[in-house]
Design a protein around this ligand. Structure first.
Ligand code: IMP
Ligand code: MG
Length: 169
């Protein structure tokens, strides 16, 4: 295990992202929609870094299994609690990898007629992209390595690490 992004750098970047996001939105609440479970740590810090009214909801999705490679299959396991018609949705994700998950979710949410949908992702691994999707707000762009910590897991372990670390398999 090797530290790729230390905790202090993550916190500093999230503070910047919060201000960036606040500057782009008006006074209507921003609906932060976290993708369970990986995004929950990032979302809780990002929400507090946005000096504007926000609301929080979650969607559950099955993507990765127990390994480090995608099953390529996306399934909704938890839906939103309320309709977000006419709302500004900011999807909050831990990492954009192949882009399959976020392509699926933006398609699902688009059909519910929100006012806007944008994506905020803590990490971006553009070299692995299979779908042409980009997050509007990205914390860090990283090389093609499997990372854990700050919400990201390997077979459900390591989500509580304070740093983002490379798992050497
Ligand atoms: P995508 O559909 O391939 O973009 O997959 C996104 C999901 O895969 C993320 O929400 C993560 O849960 C998982 N994932 C992708 N890369 C990593 C990684 O390096 N570490 C841990 N999880 C990852
Ligand atoms: Mg995961």
């Amino acid at each position: 295990m090797r530290v790729l992004i230390p905790h202090e750098k993550i916190q500093a970047r999230i503070a910047e992202m919060g201000n960036e996001i606040a500057a782009d939105y008006g006074d209507a609440p921003i609906y932060l929609v976290g993708i369970l479970k990986g995004a929950c740590i990032f979302l809780s810090d990002l929400a507090r870094a946005i000096p504007k009214p926000v609301r929080i909801d979650f969607m559950g999705i099955s993507s990765y299994g127990k390994g480090t490679t995608s099953s390529g299959e996306v399934r909704l396991t938890k839906d939103l609690d309320v309709s977000l018609e006419g709302m500004d949705i900011l999807l909050v994700e831990d990492i954009v990898d192949t882009g399959v998950t976020l392509t699926y979710l933006t398609h699902v949410l688009d059909q519910r007629k929100p006012r806007s949908i944008q994506i905020a992702s803590l990490l971006d691994k553009p070299s692995r992209r299979l779908r042409p999707i980009e997050a509007r707000y990205v914390g860090f762009t990283i090389p093609d390595e499997f990372v854990v910590g700050f919400g990201l897991d390997y077979a459900e372990d390591y989500r509580n690490l304070k740093d983002i670390c490379v798992l050497e398999t």
